[in-house]
Write a protein that binds this ligand. Structure first.
Ligand code: TRP
Length: 334
């Protein structure tokens, strides 16, 4: 399979939503493919953000990713702003991207609707995303459902650039939508998000997990304990599928349909299984946090590996587009 690239916002500690929706899949992919994973801090500034917290949230995201199993020996993990070529290629791509395509992006429409004054950076967000992936000539982009449209656009950007400057130079990447079914937040309403408080942080302690799960929304048909339920409409059943062993998943479905147990008993088992999966992650995260230098070194080594590829791509891009070479470029051997 082609090279893999994916990005995640520097939102601090990972939560169950992005853990299941993205990171678990990344951990599997690094075993068999050449993978680049990037903490996209330049994307984070396209909306209101806390300047004070950007660096700690970036660092904490790195800790979460490493603790979840990304292995710097098996993949390249780095911070977007540490590799300058991302923004350079984004600028280049802006010159082949039709404005109309950007204006029709669902995510842009959603986000811009909620703002009085819309920033150009928000509009151009998918152009930077295209640059992220194409800088490494990656062909596979593991993402959630909501990013498929952005991957479609990056294919178009690759096509447009290629047709003008060099056939076949950039591959047209494919989205790889993860195996995790769409899981809602614990409120049973919205997508999991930390700001909505409807999710579980991967570093939450056992008791905290239980406090969050206890009031979580289940099949509304189960008002009393004796009312039978339908696991297929229960959001917590989807979580069981992700965290519980197959025999338990089967038992959960059976006891739900037959009202063999109440939702609270079912949640108790789920809480234990989630806690069991997260416990070693929490331990690894604590260890990493106690050695911030090690995390920084890992990110620097990742950026260094990324830069080698990024520089090579940009050198060729500049050449194909007709830019005058710098003196250094003229003398150095390629
Ligand atoms: N936009 C993606 C998200 O919000 C994050 C992202 C940035 C990304 N650059 C990327 C994902 C490149 C895949 C590839 O989830």
């Amino acid at each position: 399979m082609a090279r893999v690239f994916s990005g995640i916002q520097p939102s601090g500690e990972l939560h169950t939503g992005n853990y299941l929706g993205a990171v678990k899949n990344w951990v599997d992919l690094q075993e068999k493919h050449e993978c680049f994973f990037c903490i996209v801090d330049y994307h984070a500034i396209t909306q209101d953000y806390d300047v004070e917290q950007l660096s700690s949230r970036t660092f904490d995201m790195a800790v979460s990713l490493l603790a979840s199993g990304l292995d710097p020996e098996k993949c390249v993990l780095f911070v977007q702003s540490h590799v300058l070529e991302h923004t350079e290629l984004a600028w280049v791509f802006m010159s082949v991207t039709p404005l109309g395509e950007l204006e029709r992006m669902t995510q842009f429409k959603d986000k811009s609707q909620r703002q009085e004054s819309v920033l150009a950076g928000l509009l151009n967000y998918p152009v930077l995303q295209a640059a992220d992936v194409l800088l490494y000539k990656a062909g596979v982009v593991p993402v959630g459902e909501d990013q498929v449209q952005h991957v479609e656009l990056m294919r178009e950007i690759a096509r447009k650039w290629n047709s003008r400057y060099g056939r076949g130079f950039f591959p047209e990447p494919d989205a790889l939508v993860g195996p995790a079914r769409r899981i809602l937040g614990l409120d049973g309403q919205a997508k999991m998000s930390k700001s909505l408080g409807n999710t579980i942080g991967i570093l939450d302690e056992e008791d905290g997990i239980w406090q969050l799960l206890r009031p979580a929304v289940t099949d509304p048909a189960r008002v009393r304990k004796t009312d039978p339920g339908d696991p297929e409409v229960c959001n917590l059943y989807s979580l069981h599928r992700q965290f519980s062993p197959p025999a338990t998943v089967e038992e959960v479905a059976r006891k739900c349909r037959s009202a063999g147990w109440g939702c609270l008993e079912c949640k108790r088992v789920l809480a234990d299984n989630i806690a069991a999966e997260f416990a070693p992650i929490r331990a690894r995260a604590a260890e990493l946090k106690s050695q911030p230098e090690r995390v920084r070194d890992i990110l620097e080594a990742g950026a260094e590996r990324a830069r080698v590829v990024a520089r090579a791509t940009m050198r060729e891009v500049r050449e194909r587009m007709g830019f005058l070479q710098t003196a250094a470029e003229t003398t150095s051997t390629t």
